[in-house]
Design a protein around this ligand. Structure first.
Ligand code: 13P
Length: 270
């Protein structure tokens, strides 16, 4: 069976040690007595709080970083390397988030280097792709997202490629409460799998999970996750509320929409 994912990107929120501590306490409280089945929950706090999360994050939640640099060590002021993350028991890392492409002017080529540095250190990359409002306006979303996928996976072996999660996050839906139609999300899921199939063939492409991100809330899961047959969601603001996070985990984990069998075939009985 293909796995499903709920990833919380805490961004530059939880703005103090005290707030971080409160959040971790609330997480443990919400989790108490609950069984988490059928969904992997991964949280990505600011790098400043990774160590604290690494010590205090309750099982079975897993830890991700929000970014990584492509070099392993050296004179790179302000950067954090993949080996450093590994050392803190971080399992995954977001690469190419829309906000990094916007504020840090990250290019597709750099995103590709970051992917490879993460993979070589055995970290699972969560690759974010997605077009801006202007690009969609000009009808360029398919070519933009296909190029982002192609450049990020450049020189990544098929075996490594299967360890990546891809998140389709249209930039116009991040932090805006503008929600794409299910059909738009489904179409981009196909675009992503098609770009991967051109690189690796269909069987490998089908094994790469594709998530949706951008203004996700529990009440929107039908539209942004189940209907477009996504493998999970990447959540920003709502992940700051542990109650909402576990509500989403429950819905995603317990959803039985017949895709288990279908995906069992699709992915060769994973
Ligand atoms: P919001 O859910 O706050 O729109 O953020 C989405 C996001 O960027 C997740 O990575």
């Amino acid at each position: 069976m293909k796995r499903r994912y709920l990833i919380g990107n805490l961004k530059m929120n939880l703005a103090s040690v005290a707030e971080t501590e409160q959040y971790l306490v609330a997480l443990r409280k919400e989790l108490f007595g609950k069984r988490i089945d059928g969904v992997e929950i991964v949280l990505a706090p600011s790098s400043v709080y990774l160590e604290r999360f690494s010590r205090e994050l309750p099982d079975p939640l897993r830890l991700a970083a929000q970014d990584v640099f492509w070099e392993k060590e050296g004179s790179f002021t302000g950067q954090v390397s993949a080996p450093m993350l590994r050392d803190l028991h971080v399992g995954s890392v977001i690469v190419g988030h829309g906000e990094r492409r916007l504020y840090a002017h990250e290019t597709d080529t750099e995103v590709g280097w970051k992917m490879k540095s993460a993979l070589h250190e055995n970290l699972q990359p969560i690759l974010c792709v997605g077009e801006t409002a202007d690009e969609r306006e000009r009808g360029e979303e398919v070519s933009v997202v296909s190029d982002q996928v192609r450049l990020a996976f450049h020189d990544v072996s098929p075996m490594m490629a299967e360890r990546v999660l891809v998140a389709y996050e249209p930039r116009w839906a991040i932090g805006t409460d503008i929600i794409p139609e299910s059909e738009q999300i489904f179409e981009m899921r196909i675009v992503i799998h098609r770009a991967l199939a051109e690189l690796y063939g269909q069987p490998v492409a089908d094994r790469v999970p594709v998530l949706y991100g951008g203004s996700v809330k529990a009440t929107l899961l039908e539209r942004v996750c189940f209907e477009p047959r996504m493998d999970g969601v990447l959540v920003g603001r709502e992940s700051l509320y542990p109650h909402e996070l576990f509500r989403m985990a429950h819905e995603i984990g317990n959803r039985d929409d017949g895709r288990r069998e279908a995906d069992g075939n699709e992915v060769g009985g994973e």
